[in-house]
Design a protein around this ligand. Structure first.
Ligand code: NAD
Ligand code: DAU
Length: 348
């Protein structure tokens, strides 16, 4: 098959491109990416020479370019991951989120509809987030019928794109599936997100910013487990259906911070006054900070026999070691505009 993966130079996208070329070596993978601050071709170095891998430097906000990509490359299926993805950036500057996540998805849907016509076969898989469901209290979990209640400009833009995808199925018969996933972690995650930021700051001996009281809860999933789930839903999910993907792995932020400090102390031989824990700093809370996310993943288990494989402590250790072994990557992605973002975000 000739598959278009959008956002393939980002964190989950690049892990997915690597997964796809390994598990479906007969497929052609077309990676459409605008290479924003979050996209990096270094992530895909190991497949650069693979004749079934094709990079398309393009922006979803350009409808004619996107339409031509379908025609020129005879695209037979889409996994749509390209997005502005960081909640804090959506709070300080929502415009890019509206343009890429809503309008960009619209242009992609239009391109698919115009190229595929009424054919029921080609699949459009929209990759979304659990944040569209809003915030949970102490009990319960998000399931596929949970009403949407997005609270940040990021989650509102993703919710909007989810609705457009749904509408293209009901109105035009487009063969869509949508997945809503919980927090991912693993290799190639940009160090603005909690886990890689903490690792990066521990190594640089910079403060570890904990928003509010650190009691907010996230449900963490290793990125390669997410990629396996996406592969299954793309190939075997029911058309028009949504699937919630999660780690069944809830952690309070402060506990994640402690765990990372302890794992890194061991890796670096730090202890006592030297421990990474001394860097923990409570800072002003994120405006509208969702209290708790948790996914009910029973539909994925029941229908597609998927469940996460990697245990969190093991996954975190692997991730920490990946960052320790890939400091050149970290240097590269944190040069340039990262410093200015960091200064403004954390007021330092
Ligand atoms: P990311 O920010 O790491 O990567 C996004 C990629 O999209 C980058 O390569 C960027 O260059 C590209 N991109 C941005 N705007 C574009 C545009 N206008 N045209 C073309 N390309 C553009 O994001 P991620 O964390 O890998 O997330 C990927 C997808 O998964 C997103 O849709 C996100 O909403 C969703 N998601 C992420 C998580 C998570 O924990 N990271 C969890 C659930 C769902
Ligand atoms: O739930 C899925 C979502 O997970 C994805 O849709 C988003 O793209 C992804 O960015 C992520 O959103 P979060 O806002 O949950 O992730 P982030 O890593 O930014 O923050 C995780 C938690 O840690 C959150 O409660 C805020 C807190 N935090 C974050 C940062 C960056 C801190 O306490 N300090 C920080 O410096």
């Amino acid at each position: 098959m000739r598959i278009l993966i959008t956002g393939g130079a980002g964190f989950i996208g690049s892990n997915l491109v690597l997964h796809w070329l390994q598990h479906h070596p007969q497929d052609h993978v077309f990676n459409l990416d605008a290479l924003t601050y979050a996209g990096n071709l270094l992530n895909l170095k190991e497949v650069e020479g693979n004749s079934n891998y094709h990079f398309l430097h393009a922006d979803l906000r350009q409808p004619d370019v996107v339409k031509n990509i379908f025609i020129e490359n005879k695209i037979e299926g889409v996994l749509h991951l390209a997005a502005e993805s960081h909640v804090d950036r959506s709070i300080s500057g929502p415009a890019d989120f509206i343009e890429t996540n809503i309008l960009g998805t619209f242009h992609l849907l239009e391109a698919a509809r115009s190229y595929w016509g009424n054919s029921p076969d080609p699949r459009f898989h929209h990759v979304s987030t659990d944040e569209v469901f809003g915030s949970l209290g102490p009990e319960g979990a998000f399931h596929e019928e949970t009403p949407y209640a997005p609270n940040s400009p990021y989650s509102a833009s993703k919710a909007s794109s989810d609705h457009l995808v749904r509408a293209y199925h009901h109105t035009y018969g487009l063969n869509v599936v949508t997945t809503n996933c919980s927090n991912n972690y693993g290799p190639f995650q940009f160090p603005e997100k909690l886990i890689p930021l903490l690792i990066h700051n521990c190594l640089a001996e910079r403060s570890l910013p904990v928003y509010g009281d650190g009691r907010n809860i996230r449900d963490w999933l290793y990125v390669k487990d997410h990629c396996r789930a996406l592969d299954l839903v793309f190939h075997r999910g029911q058309t028009g259906e949504c699937y919630n993907i999660g780690g069944s792995n809830e952690w309070r932020n402060l506990d994640v911070v402690h765990l990372i400090c302890d794992l890194l102390d061991k890796e670096l031989g730090r202890s006592g006054d030297d421990s990474c824990r001394k860097l923990i700093t409570f800072v002003k809370d994120r405006p509208g900070h969702d209290q708790r996310y948790a996914i009910d993943p029973r539909k994925m288990l029941r229908e597609l026999k998927w469940s996460p494989e990697l245990d969190f402590q093991m996954g975190l250790l692997q991730t920490i070691r990946w960052y320790l072994n890939n400091q050149a990557w970290v240097e590269q992605v944190t040069s340039g505009s990262y410093r200015e973002y960091y200064r403004q975000q954390y007021n330092v």
